[in-house]
Design a protein. Sequence first.
Length: 104
Amino acid sequence: MSIYIREDLTRNEKIQQARRILNENKHSLDAWSILIQDAQDKKITESREFYESLITQFPTCGKFWKIYIESELFQRCLIKVLNIDLWKCYLNYVRDTKGKLSSF
């Protein structure tokens, strides 16, 4: 099996391939990146278990902790707390995480 994610696959196929790769190589950052993007598009209740496995695998990676924290907190507070500074912070987060995607 190739250790690289094929570009010609559908999103679901890429997710499945990333999971297979991680079963063989827990340190494949390409595979983790695909799954991080998928988790960021889901509700935190659906992705929390994934984030926990991510930080268990990379316990000292500040970038991964930041992604998890931002996802968890933004989904909990934005609708309930109407605060301009919070929304600016969220917009910066979206720009930083999604701005590099071709579909954004």
